[in-house]
Design a protein around this ligand. Structure first.
Ligand code: ATP
Ligand code: MG
Length: 480
């Protein structure tokens, strides 16, 4: 199709010189089997993305080839055979080699699982999701390294285009997970989606109903882990998929104007914040926290004649919305969720601190509540400054720098970051001969507040003294 481009790439793959490919080659030749390395590994060679996942397709039995290969590789290779699927996997050094017989697939409307029969290389390439994922290198001795690229995958790599090999609507309808893979690859690789392929995304959006939430989340996580995650979320929105997957985010779109007063587009702002965070941190959970930081702004939006648009308590409401979203989307409901909730809840605190005078007590409280996540919180706050007004950006950035300095000073002085009150509940119970009761909590919180407010030092003796005084006020006296 574009011979001048294909020629450039023909037989240039140094990585095919790895001994393991020659071993597969000689084994396949001895068994008289045609065999190819195919899919993601081939694509990634051209993109210079090193990959240890190697997919090999055999015209015939993949399992038989895998067994013979395992014998040659010896003890350091581990073979797993999945008879029902006709596939085998060999783990060897840091490589994962998946060996499978070429197959032809046909689909039933209600399932992502195809009916499978033996097929040719062409059949196998036809069932691939995108042209760039359908290329294969022949491994047989006489044609070693020859590229099989029936759909112009090389051309699409060159022009950075995602396109399905066959009719996109059939490809997406057959297996709608491909809809999300399409958006994911466009985001990861910064490729454009070809027009007809793009149209078929939204046309088949209802088919997402047969994709499990776990698989959807896997793709969303890959979008989120990309250098510029916003690309993926804008694409999901443009293809009308976002409202199905994350309606809470979709609702943040747009600007309302009343009495000539508008607010900023919170969807656009949110994605800017995510990208800002992504420039500074690879932490997936901080990126999710950034995506959700203003999620409470839709339910809390009000218009006040005097002050204009308000979003009172949106951080608090946002925090409360997280468990429902996490449950539906099959995120883990563990400390990762609590981390996201905490960051969402606290995301306005550092900025709020500087609106009045920065008191030691407020800084101590923030340190105490954020604990080890204080760095992440500050990073989000800095990313949250998306104003176009340079004067404002400068002022906010400076203010946050002041907060950072103050946090450092107070932490050095008072060590309240992971602070545990120096008098424990047990000690209170023993001292006053108490069974578990409300008073214990009251005494503890008086001590905690006194330390955070700087009324007493963060030390045992002072805390014990305050415990005795507080207990006396509650009518309690020590048992000995
Ligand atoms: P990554 O490893 O980054 O997720 P990949 O393209 O290598 O991307 P894999 O899941 O490893 O994805 O799949 C390997 C190959 O199998 C793909 O390159 C593609 O040819 C094919 N493939 C995977 N999933 C599908 C699918 N849902 N529909 C069609 N082909 C698929
Ligand atoms: Mg892969």
């Amino acid at each position: 199709m574009f011979p001048e481009i294909s020629k450039k790439y023909f037989m240039t793959q140094d990585s095919l010189q790895a001994p393991v490919f020659h071993l597969i080659s000689s084994t396949a030749d001895e068994m008289g089997l045609d065999c190819y390395v195919i899919g993601g590994w081939v694509r990634d060679q051209y993109l210079h993305r090193p990959s240890n996942d190697i997919d090999v397709v055999v015209i015939g039995s993949g399992i038989e080839l895998a067994k013979a290969l395992k014998n040659k590789l010896g003890k350091s290779a581990h073979l797993s055979v999945f008879k029902n699927f006709g596939t085998a996997q060999i783990k060897y050094k840091d490589l994962e080699i998946e060996i499978v017989g070429a197959r032809k697939e046909s689909y039933d409307r209600n399932s992502r699982k195809p009916i499978v029969e033996d097929g040719t290389l062409e059949d196998d390439q036809n069932r691939r999701d995108f042209t760039i994922n359908a290329m294969a290198f022949c491994l047989n001795g006489d044609r070693f390294g020859q590229l099989q690229d029936p759909f112009g995958g090389i051309r699409d790599l060159e022009y950075r285009i995602i396109r399905t090999p066959l009719d996109p609507s059939i490809t997406f309808c057959d297996d709608p997970l491909r809809i999300l893979r399409c958006v994911r690859f466009a985001t990861q690789l910064r490729f454009n989606i070809e027009e007809r392929t793009f149209e078929a995304l939204s046309k088949n959006r209802d088919r997402l109903a047969i994709v499990s939430p776990e698989r959807i989340l896997e793709e969303l996580n890959k979008i989120m882990a990309s250098p510029t995650p916003s690309i993926g979320f804008y694409l999901l929105d443009k293809a009308q998929l976002l409202e199905l997957i994350l309606p809470e985010l979709h609702r943040l779109k747009g600007v309302d104007v009343r009495n000539g007063k508008g607010h900023k587009d919170i969807f656009v702002h949110t994605l800017q914040v995510v990208d800002n965070v992504a420039k500074k941190s690879d932490d997936l959970w901080l990126r999710w926290a950034a995506l959700f930081h203003d999620i409470g702004k839709f339910p809390t939006k009000r218009f006040d004649e005097k002050t204009g648009w308000t979003f009172h308590n949106h951080n608090f409401i946002g925090e409360k919305m997280i468990p429902g979203i996490f449950k539906r989307m099959k995120f883990p409901l563990n400390e990762k969720m609590r981390y996201v909730q905490k960051i969402v809840n606290l995301h306005m605190r550092p900025i709020a601190l500087v609106e009045e005078e920065i008191t030691d007590s407020a800084v101590r409280r923030l340190l105490f509540e954020a604990g080890d996540d204080i760095e992440d919180l500050m990073l989000l706050c800095e990313a949250d400054i998306t104003s176009r007004n340079e004067e404002k950006v400068k002022r906010y950035t400076q203010n946050l720098q002041e907060v950072r300095q103050k946090l450092k000073d107070i932490e050095q002085k008072d060590h309240v970051r992971n602070f545990q009150p120096p008098v424990s509940g047990n000690e209170i119970m023993e001292t006053f001969g108490l069974a578990p009761c409300q008073e214990i909590g009251q005494i503890k919180s008086v001590i905690k507040d006194a330390i955070l407010d700087g009324k007493i030092p963060n030390e045992y003796e002072a805390a014990r003294q305050l415990m005795l005084e507080t207990a006396a006020k509650l009518g309690l006296s020590p048992v000995k």
